[in-house]
Write a protein that binds this ligand. Sequence first.
Ligand code: RP5
Length: 162
Amino acid sequence: MKRNKLNNKVAIILGSNNDLKHAKPCVEILKKLKIKHEVLIVSAHRTPKRMFEFAESAEKKGFGVICAFAGMSAHLAGMVSSLTTLPVLGVPVESKKLKGLDSLLSMVMMPKGVPIGCLAIEGGFNAGLLAASIIGNYDEKIKSNLNKWRRLQTQSVKKKPR
Ligand code: RP5
């Protein structure tokens, strides 16, 4: 129970500085829902020790969800998930040559035993919303912010096309 009170932060980790633009929609919705978050560059293959340290300490640092953005042979989300039992949401980044299909398949086909929640290619906004749902399970304020946001979305849908 103690953990529930503390672990209300979302970590957004990027496989590369070049992934930052793809994570912007995630940051945007987390800000809107007033969810504490940190954005960090953690590359599975370029900074493996940093990745290890990040994953091992994430829970202690108050993170409740990890959103991992990576492209191409995108093993970041799976590798981080192998080192923590926090929920890890993987967002496949659109790559130049294969348009993100490489990233998607790398993430979505995690073998049995170490799961990640895989979003759509460029699904950063939904990753933020899903992170809010997870944190909302034990943080009433976030739950209420998310419910309000959903109500506004529903209200914004016109009955007739213009
Ligand atoms: C992955 O490889 C990153 O997530 C990035 O999407 C992709 C290409 O990285 P850069 O060469 O652009 O740094 O590690």
